[in-house]
Design a protein around this ligand. Structure first.
Ligand code: S3P
Length: 432
């Protein structure tokens, strides 16, 4: 994909359904009794991998143009897969499904693509093993492929060293099959879609913030059957983030992004944009299925550098590539700290952001847990090495819109992972 600079992005866009929520609809719908009907489901490669896995586990999932229909078979209704479950590029699929599969009476094998098979799985293998699960890394390197054999589970209290919704969700799902209560505490609250949605499905699940510490805890008591639901997935704020940034940094722009999920555990990007001086207005705020939603209006703004650190990091971890692009165009220095998790995403994003922003002429220094960006230099067109990371492809497509000359996004098709229509939506906006 080749892109060049533009001005005057004006119009309305809607972004596809939230990736995290879409995955969970399929998973919880499959182990619920009765039908789950999902509207605005994200048909990106990651969520399609989740559908593929649950079909291989005996669940009938219908896809129509307007909805996904999951014919759930209850907590004990999954059947043994005949082959390795292929999770593709999806960390959410493998980590969450491992919690469910650890509680089954059949064995399973899980594997993904090269990037997925190099990401850390010890973070789920260790606590699942403490619950009694028989789960191992086939190559004994702490990564997928994973092999799970049947074993009874018991509830534990787990103090997670990282704020990770994938770890938390994995253990809560295993907790549905364990004897006694399972609870997970994390250093700061990570996205809580599992807690909100499992509650809607009827699970006995609770979340608390301990008053004497900043840790957040979620706990689940097994025994209740889950019941199929009708769900409309909110627009993905992680996808909206690219248009928010475009509206702020492309001169003479005004973009309205409709129906975006603004769950506070995901909405750190909004605070960062405001703190950087961005002109952002939330319109039509409402709550649907336990999730907050709004339309977001953005207008071109002069941004300035800020420090981003601490508890806000888990609420914007997937948006750091696009935040880095905004920081490169902002006046002054932006410091991103406490974000070492970036190293274990689809790529090492401290490295991929640094390499590509440097190629565009930005003054950026990587650190152990983030980066220092000195903004204000005019960006120059460059060849962007996405290394097949969808968020790098989309973030640098926005950078291209304010860069001098042509920017070439290599392997831009990787946007299919979370936003297959990304470039089409862009063209529509340009046409407006
Ligand atoms: C996700 C959790 C986050 C996020 C990922 C989706 C989820 O990962 O980065 O894109 O759906 O639970 P971690 O749990 O590793 O922080």
């Amino acid at each position: 994909m080749e892109l060049c600079s533009i001005t005057g992005l004006r119009g309305k866009v809607s972004v596809p359904g939230d990736k995290s929520v879409s995955h969970r609809c399929v998973m919880f719908g499959s182990i619920a009794k009765g039908d789950t009907e999902v509207h605005n489901f994200l048909k990106g490669a990651d969520c399609l991998a989740t559908i593929r896995c649950f079909r291989a586990l005996g669940i009938d999932i219908e896809e129509t143009d307007s909805a996904i229909l999951i014919h759930g078979k209850g907590l004990r209704g999954l059947t043994a897969p005949s082959e390795v479950l292929d999770v593709g590029n999806s960390g959410t699929t493998i980590r969450l499904i491992s919690g469910i599969l650890s509680g089954q009476s059949f064995e399973s094998n899980l594997s993904g693509d090269e990037s997925l098979n190099s990401r850390p799985m010890k973070r789920i293998i260790d606590p699942l093993s403490q619950m009694g699960a028989n789960i191992s890394s086939v190559l004994r390197n702490g990564c997928a492929p994973l092999y799970i054999t049947p074993h009874s589970l018991h509830g534990i209290h787990y103090e997670s060293p990282v704020a990770s919704a994938q770890v938390k969700s994995c253990l809560l799902l295993a907790g549905l099959y364990a004897e006694g209560e399972t609870s997970v505490s994390e250093p700061t609250l990570s996205r809580n879609h599992t807690e909100l949605m499992l509650k809607e499905f009827g699970a006995d699940i609770h979340s608390t913030f301990a008053l004497d510490s900043s840790r957040a805890t979620a706990s689940i008591i097994p025994g209740r059957e889950l019941c199929g639901q009708k769900i409309t997935v909110p627009g993905d704020i992680s996808s909206a983030a690219y248009f928010i940034a475009a509206g702020l940094i492309v001169p003479d722009s005004e973009i309205l992004i409709e129906n975006v999920g603004i769950n506070p555990t995901r909405a750190g990007i909004l605070k960062v944009c405001e703190d950087m001086g961005g002109n952002i207005t939330l319109l039509n705020e409402r709550t649907e299925g336990g999730e907050k939603i709004a339309d977001i209006l953005v207008r071109t703004s002069q941004l300035h550098g800020i420090t981003i650190e601490g508890d806000i990091i888990p609420t914007l971890i997937d948006e750091i590539p696009i935040i880095a692009v905004m920081a490169a165009t902002a006046e002054g220095t932006t410091l991103i700290k406490d974000a070492a998790e970036l190293k274990v995403k689809e790529t090492d994003r401290i490295e991929t952001i640094t390499d590509n922003l440097r190629a565009m002429g930005c003054d950026i220094t990587p650190t152990e847990d983030g980066m220092i960006i000195i903004g204000g230099n005019k960006l120059k067109g460059a060849h962007i090495h996405t290394l097949l990371d969808h968020r790098i492809a989309m973030a640098f497509s926005i950078a291209a819109l304010v860069a001098e000359g042509i920017t070439k996004i290599l392997d831009s098709k990787c946007v299919d992972v979370s936003y297959p229509e990304f470039y089409d939506t862009f063209e529509e906006l340009l046409a407006e």
